[in-house]
Design a protein around this ligand. Structure first.
Ligand SMILES: *Cc1c(COP(=O)(O)O)cnc(C)c1O
Length: 407
């Protein structure tokens, strides 16, 4: 699983990437997180754990996911060649199964009975409910009422898989409130429950651990891309909600200085407070959900409401490692609007026959934007983090007419 190269950045003992990360939690929880950290380091060195996970990646998830040269769209744009890492082809339809299996195997190894989580687009919830079914753990998923409506098929999937979906009706009733509710439930019984965080966020060790489970994406992609083209890609592009699919792709390339990396955040309806979730672009360092990161916050440091057409991207915080990568300039963070993401969603569907997740459409939109400006000897590798099945009804009903979809 681990390549011989060790390019990745490690957090320090307290879980900091530069000034970001750490553990801002009450003492009892701190002890539990310390136990999880220890258990994780042990598991990581245990060949049985690594083999079981590698075996599931291969035979259950369907890894390695292919890298696809999107010839049609590249020709149409007339610039750089665009390639997609097809995480949309994974079992459950997105990259999240990679870390859910890792977290669930760890929870089982630690003797936990129940795995709990929040979910935005429902992708983390479905992936976790899947992993829980496979490993025989109970599963509670907290989900904002707005997202429950918008992501109906995923709610049904979770229930079919045997998970309890717990609606959250406070605040904006989306991802942030779901995290609040899940954390509250977790603190009540951190002994028999395991909180499986859905991205590279939260207190240490989650940003590091979730990244480690996702780095398989970049390790595969690097090898596949070299084999296909004889070179490394010139650009890597991935959307950033909490940042797990992006860091999963980027990690294997961090030492390849010639590879430029872009994380894409949603500018939603515009740059006014509450209209976007462009955390790294417009946020300032602060603390949310037990860790320090760039944060969209008001004057008192309270998280601002956020919005994106892609439920999986609307979170006011972001992974601590991304916060650090921004400061040191290794990764650049850009924005894409709802409209641009929708255009890319339909372009990819109609020109390549791939219906992307709305989240991934943000990465594709930015790739299309820069491809057109580049020479055709340049290459761009985009992480296609998930498939769009979950989004089709919402898009067809709300925006279909504009794109000639009459339903
Ligand atoms: C959840 C999700 C995202 C955003 O999460 P990250 O942790 O930033 O990767 C992106 N794409 C898809 C398909 C998702 O389900």
């Amino acid at each position: 699983m681990q390549s011989s190269r060790q390019p990745k950045q490690e957090p320090n003992r307290e879980g900091y990437f530069g000034p970001y990360g750490g553990r801002f939690v009450p003492d009892p929880l701190n002890q539990i997180l310390e136990e999880i950290t220890r258990a994780y380091y042990q598991a990581k060195e245990d060949p049985t754990f690594k083999e079981e996970l590698a075996d599931l990646y291969r035979h259950y998830v369907g890894r390695p996911s292919p890298v696809f040269y999107a010839k049609n769209i590249s020709k149409k744009l007339g610039g750089a060649r665009i390639y997609f890492k097809r995480e949309d082809l994974n079992h459950t339809g997105a990259h999240k199964i990679n870390h859910c299996l890792g977290e669930t195997l760890l929870a089982r190894r630690m003797g936990k009975k129940k795995i709990i989580a929040e979910t935005g687009a429902g992708q983390h919830g479905v992936a976790l409910a899947t992993a829980a079914a496979l490993t025989g753990l109970e599963c509670d998923v907290y989900m904002g009422e707005v997202d429950i409506k918008k992501e109906h098929p995923n709610v049904v999937r979770m229930k079919i898989l045997g998970a309890n979906v717990i609606p959250v009706g406070i605040g904006l009733r989306t991802l942030k409130e779901a995290v609040d509710a899940a954390l509250k439930a977790y603190v009540q019984d951190p002994i028999s429950q395991f909180y499986a965080i859905g991205s590279v966020v939260g207190p240490h060790p989650f940003p590091m651990m979730v990244r480690d489970f996702q780095q398989v994406v970049g390790e595969e992609a690097r090898e596949q891309f070299l084999q296909m083209t004889g070179k490394l890609p010139d650009y890597l592009i991935a959307c950033v909600g909490g940042g797990s699919n992006a860091i999963g792709l980027f990690t294997a390339f961090l030492d390849d200085e010639q590879v430029e990396m872009y994380g894409v955040e949603p500018s939603g309806r515009g740059f006014k407070d509450g209209d976007h979730a462009a955390t790294l672009t417009l946020g300032k360092p602060g603390v949310i959900h037990g860790f320090r990161c760039y944060l969209l916050q008001d004057k008192e440091g309270k998280p601002l409401p956020v919005y994106s057409i892609a439920s999986g991207l609307d979170y006011p915080g972001v992974g601590p490692q991304h916060s650090y990568l921004k400061d040191i300039g290794r990764v650049k963070y850009k924005t894409v609007s709802d409209r641009e993401a929708l255009d890319a969603f339909f372009a990819l569907s109609r020109v390549e026959g791939i219906i992307p997740a709305l989240e991934s459409a943000h990465a594709a939109a930015f790739a299309m934007k820069i491809a057109a400006l580049l020479e055709n000897d340049k290459t761009i590798l985009v992480n296609l983090s998930g498939r769009g099945d979950k989004d089709i009804d919402f898009i067809a009903n709300k925006y279909g007419r504009h794109y000639g979809v009459d339903v």
